[in-house]
Design a protein. Structure first.
Length: 584
């Protein structure tokens, strides 16, 4: 990349951070995969002003992954020594495991950002970067300079590639090469991919002896029972035909977690709850010295019991919005749909005018294009269309907004029952020019955000999955994990999560199949509306006070100790939201 392009890329990044949109003049510079990663980073609330990588607790620096990968990476580090690079190994969650850093300049830069073992490079925590984005997309990534989200990476170029577990096919590691210049040696990407293949083979070799030992124990046990049974480890499941029929879509890691992993030396019996709500009586026996379990399905369990608790009905808030909007269209009054970005305003509007009545059909206009000449286009559309849909009314220039109000008044005055249906969309009514807002005084309907539509999630996920043309069933636990997410990007963000999940998974979708940033938030409970309002007020106060908790507490009208307790209660510190704003 030339120096000029590098400067323009920085300008494009700064513009995106300020506006949330990639301006047309910068689009040729921004690769689609970078634009998608920036969007995920912004949606996750990652601060670009981070100066250190966040450290995560409970990290095993001397893991089996490091033992298997170290010989391969040591050889690769020797090959890279003359190129002034650093070589890093991260685990399947994006945590740094170990680094080989022969170059002093690179070593100094990585120490400055605290790139130590246990530090997280997850895209959900630090934004677009080599390790995190390679894990998010499960593809080899080259990310240079201002393509990174956080300031701490701006002087670096990274080449990263994920390593899939040879048995489970889930991300096991990431190989990352960091350098302090924009130019990437032509052979470097090939060298990284070769290293990935070698590390994967090393993982296969190290696991092979262990799996064979377990399988021998399993065969010995199978000879003494006629029950449907299976062999289980964290990465491997082997089932006989009878067990496979009772337990479809088997997944080793998920089943291991359900069974309870290490059950000690003694066998035990219990009801195993499966992802789709089936209750299956099983007996679990540890196998020899190996880290494995024999799971036997008890006799009489050939018709598994199913939980009786059902999922809630459709969201009443969204159903009420649909009914109110449909009634407005039916009586012929202009309708304004308001709601957060991505909440589904456009989808609802199109649902209200699904098919054109006449040859003219529906005219869809975007107020973001609203310059002086745009009004003439509105005039023409109003005269020759059955329906007039105008998006982003809150972004119109006040002068143009008043002109549009005159056009809509003329449409209403001249309509004799054959005028076009008029539907507008906006984020907030307070952001719409008053004269224009008055045109929609009879019918303004709020489309609720996705976080208030948890009951709609199963249906939305099913519809979005069908659009991907990938056969999939979503487990109850995966849907529950989605329901616990706050969804700042609403249905648009949900669509992105569904797409990312189905790219790498099929069959029965479990929590472990969800993207990393979604899984990291899966354990948090759902907040009530009042709690969300309080949490948002705390975050806003901290942002306004630039992280000064004394000032923030005074603004909120609470004591500083109460503020600390609320920060802890809402998990803001754990999620990085407080720290991000402290540095802003």
């Amino acid at each position: 990349m030339s120096t000029t392009d590098a400067h323009r890329l920085r300008d494009a990044r700064e513009d995106y951070l300020a506006s949330g949109h990639i301006a047309a003049r910068y689009r040729p510079l921004i690769r689609p995969e970078i634009a998608a990663s920036w969007s995920r980073s912004r949606t996750a609330g990652v601060s670009p002003l981070e100066v250190h990588l966040p450290a995560l607790p409970e990290f095993d620096e001397h893991s089996a992954l490091r033992a298997a990968a170290a010989p391969v990476l040591t050889r690769m580090a020797e090959e890279l020594e003359s190129l002034g690079c650093a070589l890093s190994l991260a685990d399947g969650e994006g945590r740094l495991v170990h680094s080989w850093i022969p170059d002093a300049m690179v070593r100094t830069s990585l120490r400055r950002i605290m790139a130590d073992p246990g530090a997280s490079c997850s895209e959900a925590l630090v934004g677009t970067n080599g390790v995190g984005t390679a894990l998010a997309d499960l593809k080899t990534k080259i990310i240079g300079g201002a393509e990174h989200w956080a300031d701490l990476h701006l002087d670096m170029t990274c080449v990263a590639a994920p390593v899939l577990d040879p048995i489970s096919r889930r991300p096991a590691a990431v190989i990352n090469v960091t350098m302090m210049e924009q130019h990437v040696h032509p052979a470097l990407t090939s060298l990284v991919r070769w290293t990935v293949a070698e590390v994967r083979q090393s993982l296969m070799d190290s696991s092979g002896k262990h799996e064979r030992r377990m399988f021998e124990h399993y065969l010995a046990h199978r000879g003494r029972t006629d029950r449907p049974s299976l062999l289980l480890s964290p990465r491997l499941v082997v089932a006989d035909p009878a067990a496979a029929r009772l337990l479809p879509d088997l997944d080793a890691a998920d089943l291991w977690q359900r069974v309870g992993g290490d059950v000690g030396r003694a066998a035990r019996s219990f009801d195993l709850e499966l992802p789709d709500g089936v209750m299956l009586p099983v007996r679990v026996t540890p196998i020899g010295e190996a880290e494995g379990l024999l799971v036997e399905v008890c006799h009489g369990a050939h018709t598994p019991r199913r939980r009786t608790a059902g999922r809630p009905a459709r969201s009443t808030a969204y159903a009420a919005a649909v009914d109110a909007a449909a009634e407005a269209v039916a009586v012929g009054v202009p309708l304004l749909l308001v709601g957060e970005p991505g909440a589904g305003k456009l989808t609802l509007a199109r649902r209200l005018v699904p098919e054109p009545v006449g040859p003219a059909g529906t005219a869809a206009l975007d107020a973001r294009d609203g310059r002086r000449g745009w009004i003439e286009g509105v005039h023409a559309a109003a005269a020759g269309s059955d329906a007039l849909l105008i998006r982003h009314l809150d972004e119109l220039d006040p002068t143009v907004a008043r002109e549009l109000a005159c056009v809509l008044d003329d449409v209403a005055a001249s309509a004799t029952g054959a005028g076009p249906t008029v539907i507008g969309t906006a984020r907030l009514t307070t952001a719409v020019e008053p004269a224009l807002l008055a045109c929609f005084a009879l019918a303004t309907v709020e489309v609720p955000p996705l976080r208030d539509r948890a009951a709609d999630l199963p249906g939305l996920v099913a519809d979005l999955s069908a659009r991907q043309d990938r056969p999939a069933r979503w487990s109850g636990e995966a849907l529950d994990a989605l329901a616990r997410r706050e969804w700042p990007g609403n249905v648009r963000e949900l669509e992105n999560v569904v797409q990312r999940t189905l790219i790498n998974s099929g069959g029965l979708i479990r929590v472990a199949d969800l993207p990393l940033d979604v899984r990291q938030n899966a354990g948090r409970r759902t907040l009530s509306r009042i709690e969300r309002a309080e949490r948002d007020a705390i975050v806003a106060a901290l942002a306004t006070s630039r992280g000064n908790k004394v000032i923030a507490a005074e603004e909120l009208g609470i004591s500083r100790s109460s503020l600390y307790r609320k920060i802890e209660r809402y998990g803001l510190a754990d999620s990085g939201q407080v720290d991000m704003r402290l540095r802003s």
